[in-house]
Design a protein around this ligand. Sequence first.
Ligand SMILES: NC(=O)C1=CN([C@@H]2O[C@H](COP(=O)(O)OP(=O)(O)OC[C@H]3O[C@@H](n4cnc5c(N)ncnc54)[C@H](O)[C@@H]3O)[C@@H](O)[C@H]2O)C=CC1
Ligand SMILES: O=C(O)CCC(=O)C(=O)O
Length: 486
Amino acid sequence: MNTMTESKKTVTLNYINGEWVASDSEQTAVSKNPAKIGEDVGYYQMSSSNDFDQAAVSARKAQKAWGKLAGSVRGDYLLKAAAILEERIEDVATAMTQEMGKTFAEAKGETARGVAILRYYAGEGMRAIGDVIPSSDSDALMFTTRVPLGVVGVITPWNFPVAIPLWKMAPALIYGNAVVVKPASDTAITCSKVINCLHDAGIPAGVVNMVTGSGAKIGMEMVNHPEIDAITFTGSNTVGKQLAHAAVDRGIKYQLEMGGKNPVIVANDADLELAAEATISGGLKSTGQKCTATSRVIVHKDVYEEFKEKLLTKMKTITVGDGFETGTWMGPCASEGQLETVLSYIEKGKQEGAKLLYGGNQVLKDQGYYVEPTVFENATPSMTIAREEIFGPVLVLLKVDTMEEALEMANDSEYGLSASIFTTNIGNMLSFINEMDAGLVRINAESAGVELQAPFGGMKQSSSHSREQGRAAIEFFTSIKTVFVK
Ligand SMILES: NC(=O)C1=CN([C@@H]2O[C@H](COP(=O)(O)OP(=O)(O)OC[C@H]3O[C@@H](n4cnc5c(N)ncnc54)[C@H](O)[C@@H]3O)[C@@H](O)[C@H]2O)C=CC1
Ligand SMILES: O=C(O)CCC(=O)C(=O)O
């Protein structure tokens, strides 16, 4: 079992060498429900250096045999875990909504995506891993193969507590690595339920390990530990860069997925109904807490007023509340800290002279960490709300005279994760595809929404320029060997 009961509280344990164990620190911390102030979801371990060390050493020992198994055999474990997770969708999604507030429908959707990720990577165990390359020596055979990196450290955020751990762990495992995962504390209980699916699928002891606790402590131990051969991280730019520096110092491979300030361009020939709907969905679903969330809405002057009216009409129908309640469209911010961050950006927007068009207030204060869906206009591209990642339900409207100006403004950001355009003009589409500096460019579709079988990652400050998911994951989680046989 991944939990124990201690003086009436449910305590999630660490998972080390195939066993659920308490930290030797004897310290736990509480995971809180952001929708209900005062409701504790459960407790997780505040792990010690020794706990982490045991996990890393177990992973190292287990990796040898795991890496030697046939890919199809490793895939069978992932398929079993997928079937178990599928049976437990309601339970896992319940924990997710309780811990970070996304609506229950979104939480179930994300868990189903986790099932699909496991199945997709199970199949990778039977796909080609190399090429035959003609040698200049006609008597020789030259080819490439791929080998696992060894033990991969996985550090994940709270906004996709099932999908992100799985889209990092599943490819790591299928290509023969062992993993130690440190989930975000706010969603440690949800992650432990995912790990329990792998445990119940019979994955060999030590191949998967989970250690919870302080990011600053366990995260830094991870990147500096001699048994860790690579780090994959999703989260803030500040932490990502710290990890990158430490990884470079140790000469280990690293992969970072970080922030975004994703633009949507609405051209004067756009289907405005579609554009408004997609801006709402891309910007405000999950309470705007996606790295791919729409943040800047760049609208051609000819359609600005009409688009704005459509957007406001739709925004006014958004219901904010507990993600478990029928009819709730948008849940709370994931934590008190996130709420404060979002409110401080709204305040900054007002102070810097942007016009608050709609929302901007904290609501249901006595219940949870709720904020209204919010939209600003009359903002300039240099304002803080148009430059920094807010990670909340806040949209900024920016008016432009031409499509060239729109594209220039869309590219005027340190980030380059995802971007959308709404247009019916093929020329506009092609310019956007060619000139937009973003890892994901989407035409007549919202900026969020990642497909697990396609490469995912950003340009500029949004990532370490590597790609996750799909077949692209093989590039990070393996090393190429060129073989020459004579
Ligand atoms: N790109 C994305 O998907 C995400 C972006 N963010 C951004 O980051 C902001 C802050 O959110 P946080 O949860 O505080 O993100 P964070 O970057 O602090 O946390 C992400 C993960 O890193 C761990 N961590 C924290 N400090 C660490 C350290 N010094 N060394 C190693 N690991 C460490 C955390 O425990 C968590 O597992 C958000 O407002 C948002 O702007 C946050 C989560 C996801
Ligand atoms: O848009 C999505 O589905 C994924 C977003 C994401 O990867 C993130 O917010 O970290």
